[in-house]
Design a protein around this ligand. Sequence first.
Ligand SMILES: Nc1ncnc2c1ncn2[C@@H]1O[C@H](COP(=O)(O)OP(=O)(O)OP(=O)(O)O)[C@@H](O)[C@H]1O
Ligand SMILES: [Mg+2]
Length: 505
Amino acid sequence: MEYILKMENITKSFPGVKALDSVTMKIRAGKVHALIGENGAGKSTLMKILTGIHSHDSGTITYKDQVIVPMNPKEMSVRGISIIHQEFNLLPDLTVAENIYVTREPKLFGNMVVDDKKMVKNAKKLLGSLGLNLDPTAIVETLSVAEKQMVEIAKALVVDSDILVLDEPTSALAENEVQKLFEIIRDLKRKGVAIIYISHRLEEFDHIVDEVTVLRDGTFVSTKEWSKTTIAEMICDMVGRKLDEQYPERKNEIGEIVFEAKHVNRGSKVQDISLHVRKGEVIGIAGLMGAGRSEFARAVFGADKMTSGTIIVDGKKINPKSPNTAIKNGIAYLTEDRKTDGLFLDLEVDTNILAGNLHQNTTFGLVDDRELNKKVKNIIKSMNIKTPSNKQLCKFLSGGNQQKVLIGRWIMKNAHVYIFDEPTRGIDVGAKYEVYTLMNKLASAGAGIIMISSEMPEIMGMSDRIYVLSEGVLMGEMSSMKASQEMIMHLASGFEKKKGEVING
Ligand SMILES: Nc1ncnc2c1ncn2[C@@H]1O[C@H](COP(=O)(O)OP(=O)(O)OP(=O)(O)O)[C@@H](O)[C@H]1O
Ligand SMILES: [Mg+2]
């Protein structure tokens, strides 16, 4: 059996969209096969067909030399094919352990009662074996995005699979968790598991990927051995042309300070952080998971209460007691957790872009529909949002395109300072360039930009200045001209601080 799985000539249409047009992909046991393509290319759809979530219109699926028709995810998981979805499927009110073992709980008294103790113990063991320091009894809702992602991964590993599909598993993870995940993947590979790996972070592929298949607009472009191709060639296959630069050039006048945070505290998560942004400037905030970057942003934005500290926007001291006051005072915040913070999946694309933006687009208190329509169309076009119309429901857009809709909403606000938390997580190279261009445009119009990012190349490529946080503490500041990846990682790891503690102790 050369291939454990063959998906051949798979075609699938949704109303108004041909998501897949005769796509073929063949998978070998014990190998990592990457599946890449721009947002909306059809990657998730192909995997949803494999795992029985969607049915295909035509084509054949051969698994272990047998033609199969996947019926539903449960059945496929019993057959040995599991998936970790791009969208989280966790039950927020339940504990980590309950989520990991949902429908597979160990039972007591002849299968009557869930054996809680055993479940927690097993979960602890599993999490430990994955190198995760997570409390199995913690309620999932209270976890960070990265932690939720790790719970998803643990959940998929409870059952032994022959094929494991990972749809964008690293987009929510910082560098150290990514490395943990790669160890897990290498281990599975050794056990002979075939892995289908969807990601936009091609720089990571060297660590794990054996083969790569590219889709473009629902069609098959190529399958290549990873070691025999280059990132440039892959990008070319994905977007259909050569992309010369990843980061657009910025030629801004840098002006006065437009935003300043002084001695901001929030519990132990944010400790005495002071930083500033000038008009026309883009600053990057780097750090590992748990560094307190999002917590800082949430405090500044009034989503969480500051314990103490001062915020100054455009020379005026403000008191961000709620997101509404923050917005009124010119602060915009695109959160990292876009699924729960803001997108209305059951509403249309245009409604989502306009949500909360109407008051800025009125003349004498009246909403000018034509004007709004024009603005929405502009955003869809400039961000290259792939949708059959501006009336499509957001739930029918691909993951990356949903994110673009949210970014579009924030860009419509006339803010003095924009905080972008992981702005390009999960979006493709072409769209990343668009987002960077938009950030530059906002900056050249006089706004200050704060970009929180776990992607080192992005931090280096986009920022004028870089701040590094570790465990709630500001470890350093540097101009990007002088920064190196090593310097940032060194500061982010908190090594300096720990060293200091030893000396002081
Ligand atoms: N349930 C659905 N109903 C209608 N259209 C859909 C549905 N699911 C996906 N689509 C459309 O099918 C196309 C492919 O989407 P898919 O989610 O497979 O893209 P993707 O390659 O996973 O993109 P991303 O990188 O953004 O996650 C998109 O145009 C999307 O809008
Ligand atoms: Mg997808």
